[in-house]
Design a protein around this ligand. Structure first.
Ligand SMILES: [Zn+2]
Length: 413
């Protein structure tokens, strides 16, 4: 390999490859045939990769130390630079002149470069695989940086505990979902992801709900400050937490700001938080009103989305109350029923219709006991579309480990 000349150090101090001592000796015979790719090609590869490793995404333009900008990225060859035995993927069916062309080069960090060039790595990272990785990375950079068409969003994420495991959307998962939604994250100082709400306390006691509400209140203050400063007018919510806390979060976010709530699918890839397409059509939700209890001041609201709420699991003091049930009319409840954004919108409209009809038909009701089998974004919608001063207070219930619903928290009228 050939290092950049000192004169070029002010532009891109690109190191093509950093061989270990044993490699140096064995590749000496290749050296005479090798030279660095032309500078415009190198600049283009760096620019299209946004200065990030195409595999792990780590930034490769490192901060300035005393006026000197340091680059740590490496321009890696897909088909090896030479046809020599020591050149990784050197036997690929790519002509020698084409090997220093942009199509054959990609920006990698040192660790990823070593990984793909190692003996075992070469078996996994074939030319085709590397080409795919590069294309995907460049497509994501192009989409994310299309500032003409994208609008900024403030990312609100939770950290929570699900089955004793800490759960949070990763920055990479959030990036994939935002790209698809044509949003760029608003940068708050050097934080990529703007507001994180810690809801990791295992739900066991009433104080946990109170503390969760306090954490949400504190986060909302930061969100409101950013919104009112006019820096951003859209929120992207990546939340996984017990339903009562998500409804409370929705209540605090309110309906005035545009909010996109994302859902965690069972897809364990970088696309875990991307919405899917409907496979069986958009679900339509209807509600069944009770015939009795028009004078009642409390009512049970059962929301059947991921499953049917079993009313025999309700606390004893609720069993005599009139019950309104919201359920899909053209499908069965199930964990994937709200798999698309349109399906979530359909639920939101149905929930608003239900609240409006309760206000009309049950004017004495001042408290709704909400028992919801819903996915996280629907729980956020329950709170967001609950109208302060118009709708009754909502008492939210959570299914306990004993499979009985327990009162968790109250969202005020
Ligand atoms: Zn890397």
């Amino acid at each position: 390999m050939v290092r950049e000349s000192a004169n070029d150090a002010d532009l891109l101090n690109v190191t093509v490859h950093q061989p270990g001592p044993s490699e140096v000796a064995s590749s000496l015979s290749d050296m005479s045939k090798r030279k660095d790719p032309p500078r415009p090609v190198v600049v283009s590869v760096w620019a299209k990769a946004a200065g990030r490793c195409s595999m792990c995404g780590d930034p490769q333009l490192v901060s300035a130390i005393r006026d000197v900008t340091v680059t740590i990225g490496e321009i890696a060859h897909q088909a090896g630079a030479t046809e020599g035995k020591k050149s990784p993927r050197g036997d690929a069916d790519v002509s020698l002149p084409a090997r220093d062309k942009e199509e054959n080069l990609m920006l990698l960090c040192h660790e990823c470069h070593r990984k793909i060039d190692s003996t075992s790595g070469q078996e996994v990272y074939t030319v085709e695989v590397l080409r795919g990785i590069k294309e995907q990375h460049e497509a994501m950079v192009a989409a994310l940086t299309d500032f003409r068409t994208e609008s900024r969003t403030l990312v609100v994420a939770t950290r929570s505990t699900v089955r004793q495991q800490a759960v949070a959307a990763t920055p990479r998962e959030i990036a994939f979902a935002l790209v698809e939604n044509r949003r760029t994250p608003y940068a708050l100082g050097n934080l990529t992801y703007n507001v994180t709400i810690d809801l990791t306390d295992p739900v066991s006691d009433e104080w946990v709900w109170q503390r969760g509400m306090k954490q949400i209140d504190a986060a909302i203050e930061g969100i409101e400050a950013t919104l009112s400063a006019g820096r951003v007018d859209h929120l992207s919510v990546f939340a996984l937490a017990p339903i009562p806390l998500l409804a409370y979060l929705g209540h605090k976010l309110g309906d005035k700001t545009t909010v996109d709530a994302f859902r965690r699918s069972r897809d364990h890839t970088d696309r875990a938080w991307c919405w899917g397409e409907e496979t069986t059509g958009v679900p339509v939700f209807v509600h069944d009103l009770p015939d009795v209890g028009r004078e009642s001041d409390s009512i049970v609201v059962a929301l059947d989305v991921t499953a049917s709420v079993k009313t025999e699991r309700l606390p004893a003091d609720l069993t005599d109350l009139p019950t309104v049930r919201l359920h899909p009319s053209n499908a069965a409840p199930g964990p994937d029923l709200l798999g698309s954004r349109r399906a979530l919108d359909s639920f939101g409209r149905a929930w608003r219709r239900l609240l409006a009809q309760l206000e009309n038909d049950f004017p004495e009701v001042n408290r709704l006991h909400v028992v919801a089998a819903v996915p996280a974004p629907a729980a956020v919608a329950i709170g967001r579309f609950h109208r302060p001063y118009a709708d009754p207070a909502m008492v939210m219930y959570e299914l306990g480990e004993d499979t009985r619903y327990q009162r968790a928290l109250e969202i005020p009228a």
